[in-house]
Design a protein around this ligand. Structure first.
Ligand SMILES: Nc1ncnc2c1ncn2[C@@H]1O[C@H](COP(=O)(O)OP(=O)(O)OP(=O)(O)O)[C@@H](O)[C@H]1O
Ligand SMILES: [Mg+2]
Length: 512
């Protein structure tokens, strides 16, 4: 081939270029021989072409291919020079297409920036947890670790990614169950310090739990014997199948809970304790319901008995009373007049008890009429004042603005009388009784409050049971009658009592 050169200088220039190319080719060959180079990326006019070199450091290649992690080597401009099959799988891109792509294709802008900066430092290590994506579509959650290696004048970055997608998915799933559970769930470390608490637990305790000692923030007492129970005992395997406990929140609200506590070990085969998982089921409402049902059952039973035998006892009593009155008028019993008088009075007292007892009858008819409870209190008040005066107590009415409702006036008078009478009887020194009415969206409430010594603790759970009395000469029917009247009006009675006084709340449903 004959070439024409325009000048010697041009010839020399071309000669120099050719020598440079030859030197570069030698350098590449020198690198390929010992296996320092994995692939060649050749720039061509039609686009890049890469050549993967086989045989270089064969043992390490096999090792890299067998790894669970994805790994790749990255050029200083971010081009992927080599990767194993797992890397291609994790980034969800065909293996043959990954090499030659830029690593920045897979990173989010903020990670891209951090990674580019790391490469530019040309030394050191990089570690981050991030998401890989392609064309803005999520590929995987990974832990990315990378090291820069200086080779000659160039920097090469070795990158390893660990796929956490499945692990993160299952963690999110567990977290969702934990957060959505209606039951309080608490996880503690082996010293009993709370490390996680779900929203239900935080709502029950009413404050932050994480970082606090379980036994200190949630003091629990066994329902059966009132003994304090700690996390340790609750997690004891013989008890862990659910114990009923009591818990009183700082604001005084009491809960009945079912506690299930389990020990959490490193793994199934290892009994090395790591911590505890505690579930607390709120059974306060069920307990109240069971209590209420038992009381109603007792009341119904007594009611049935009352209806059954009340009349039968009264009839013979009427006969006896009639004869006693007759004897009273006879001359020959003049000396016994006083005793006959006492006998008649005692019979009248017995009759009164039967009348009250009869009013407990289960199916006693009531005659509800529309009206305002305030009207009944107003009409009754002078009578209550006279009663209070007799006892040396004070009484006041604090009447609220309440809507009309439907009730049996005679029955509600009886209820108020019984409650106020109990209040008067409970206070020995000059006390004060307040009758209050108020309403909210849920109920119209009638409250009778006293400044007495409170209901004795031993009878409190049984309050409302017929014939339960602590009074000499008391019949123990007053409150039973009140509960029966409330029940027949669809109302509920609640009691608050302490050494500073007692309040009975009668809550009537708001009639639409
Ligand atoms: N306001 C109150 N303060 C303290 N204790 C109370 C109060 N109300 C009721 N009690 C207690 O509850 C018991 C039962 O009351 P209840 O009205 O049913 O019967 P009683 O008052 O003893 O007898 P009676 O049949 O004459 O009403 C009382 O004996 C008393 O111990
Ligand atoms: Mg009474």
């Amino acid at each position: 081939m004959i070439r024409k050169y325009r000048s010697v200088n041009a010839l020399l220039k071309e000669n120099k270029q050719l020598r440079q190319q030859l030197a570069e080719a030698r350098r590449i060959l020198d690198a390929i021989k010992p296996g320092d180079i994995d692939a060649l990326l050749v720039a061509e006019a039609a686009g890049g072409q890469d050549y993967i070199l086989k045989g270089a450091n064969h043992i390490y290649r096999v090792l890299v291919e067998e790894m669970q992690e994805g790994c790749a080597t990255i050029a200083a401009n971010g081009t992927i020079l080599f990767c194993n099959k797992n890397f291609a799988d994790i980034v969800k891109t065909p293996f043959e297409k990954v090499i030659g792509l830029s690593i920045y294709n897979f990173l989010k802008p903020k990670d891209r920036e951090a990674f580019a900066f790391f490469i530019s430092t040309r030394t050191g290590r990089f570690y981050t947890e991030c998401s890989f994506e392609i064309n803005d579509k999520f590929c995987a959650s990974v832990i990315l670790s990378a090291s820069n290696i200086a080779i000659g004048g160039d920097t090469l970055t070795c990158l390893v990614i660990t796929d956490l997608t499945e692990q993160r998915r299952s963690e999110r799933f567990t977290q969702m169950i934990f957060n959505q559970a209606k039951e309080p769930i608490i996880a503690c470390d082996k010293n009993g310090q709370i490390i996680q608490a779900n929203p239900a637990a935080v709502a029950m305790v009413g404050g932050q739990l994480v970082g606090h000692d379980f036994d200190r923030v949630i003091p629990l007492f066994r329902e059966d014997n009132g003994v304090r129970i700690g996390l340790n005992q609750a997690a004891d395997s013989s008890l862990s199948c659910g114990i009923e406990v009591k818990y009183e929140r700082q604001d005084g609200k009491a809960f009945n809970l079912l506690i299930n506590a389990g020990q959490f070990n490193a793994n199934e085969a290892d009994d090395n304790l790591i911590g505890y998982v505690v579930t607390l089921t709120d059974i306060t409402d069920q307990c109240l319901l069971v209590h209420e049902m038992t009381r109603l059952d007792r009341l119904n039973l007594v009611g049935e008995m009352a209806a059954g035998i009340g009349h039968e006892v009264r009839n013979p009593m009427t006969t006896v009373r009639g004869y006693l009155q007759l004897f009273q008028r006879k001359e020959k019993y003049a000396d016994d007049h006083e005793q006959l008088m006492v006998m008649i009075e005692e019979l009248d007292r017995a009759n009164l008890i039967i009348t009250e007892f009869l009013s407990l009858a289960k199916n006693k008819r009531i005659e509800p009429k529309p009206g305002n409870l305030n009207g009944t209190i107003h009409a009754l008040f002078p009578l209550l004042q006279a009663d209070a005066f007799r006892f040396g107590h004070e009484i006041e009415a604090d009447i609220g603005d309440i809507p009309p409702t439907c009730y049996d006036d005679k029955e509600i008078r009886q209820l108020i009388l019984n409650l106020v009478r109990n209040a008067m009887e409970a206070m020995d020194s000059r006390g004060s009784v307040t009758i209050r009415t108020y309403a909210d969206n849920q109920a119209i409430t009638l409250a009778v409050q006293d400044t007495g010594p409170g209901i004795p603790e031993n009878i409190l759970p049984k309050i409302g049971t017929p014939f339960l009395t602590t009074k000499e000469g008391g019949t123990g029917l007053g409150l039973s009658v009140c509960y029966r009247i409330a029940e027949s009006h669809g109302a509920r009675i609640e009691v608050e009592t302490s050494s500073r006084g007692t309040t009975f709340f009668v809550r009537f449903k708001v009639v639409e």
